[in-house]
Write a protein that binds this ligand. Structure first.
Ligand code: TMP
Length: 212
């Protein structure tokens, strides 16, 4: 019998919510419990496309807004063959940001509608679970200054949060909101519970296509 597929699990949230810390903890906990798991992140800055994105985020280069949006999407599509292969091998993928960040960040810019922003990512592997780490702007501010990269301002992050709220109204995606104001272990326990459920359910389901 073919082995059971892994689950595609995504963590999203505004800056300072603790996504990267929680992705690492989740992968470690899954591995320790004997479940094969790997972490991925978008943008993946290691590829040729990812390097163009990275230079843009670090403000070392300028790119036209539509162009960079399509590059972020291309950076996901270029990883699809390896993602599908790993999932088929029974490896659960824990992904730090995905198409939801793509749509939320670009549509927070003037002149972009959410619908256009979602289009390039239609048909990507559909996550079995998307956890949104919820943190109020005032709590985020207590966690320190924003960095130097593009988009790291509180005004822009508020606009992004609003776009995420619109995306979360879509019942075709398995959204779970996680209270990220708890301590690291509390947040982790919550994330682990949802992830174990998703892994069990995904085993018996085909991988879906996002926003299709
Ligand atoms: P990072 O800080 O998690 O590496 O993310 C880099 C920045 O890129 C962050 O501000 C969110 C933004 N972003 C987009 O604008 N579009 C996307 O598709 C993704 C994945 C991230």
């Amino acid at each position: 019998m073919a082995c059971k597929r892994g689950a595609l699990i995504v963590l999203e949230g505004v800056d300072k919510a603790g996504k990267t810390t929680q992705c690492k903890k989740l992968v470690q906990a899954l591995q320790q419990s004997g479940r094969p798991a790997e972490m991925m992140r978008f943008p993946d800055r290691t590829t040729t496309i990812g390097q163009l994105i990275s230079a843009y985020l670090e403000k070392k280069s300028e790119l036209e807004d539509h162009t960079v949006h399509l590059l972020f999407s291309a950076n996901r599509w270029e990883m699809v063959p390896s993602m599908k292969k790993k999932l088929e091998q029974g490896i659960t993928l824990v992904v730090d940001r995905y198409a939801f960040s793509g749509a939320a960040f670009t549509s927070a810019k003037p002149g972009f509608c959410l619908d256009w922003c979602k289009k390039p990512d239609v048909g990507l592997p559909k996550p079995d679970l998307v956890m949104f780490l919820q943190l109020s702007p005032s709590e985020a501010a207590l966690r320190g200054q924003f960095g130097e990269e593009r988009y790291e301002t509180s005004v822009f992050q508020r606009a992004v949060q609003h776009k995420f709220e619109l995306l979360m109204k879509d019942p075709s995606v398995n959204w779970q909101v996680i209270d990220a104001s708890q301590n690291i272990e509390g947040v982790h326990d919550n994330i682990m519970d949802h992830s174990l459920n998703a892994i069990n359910t995904a085993q018996n389901q085909l991988l879906g296509e996002l926003w299709k």
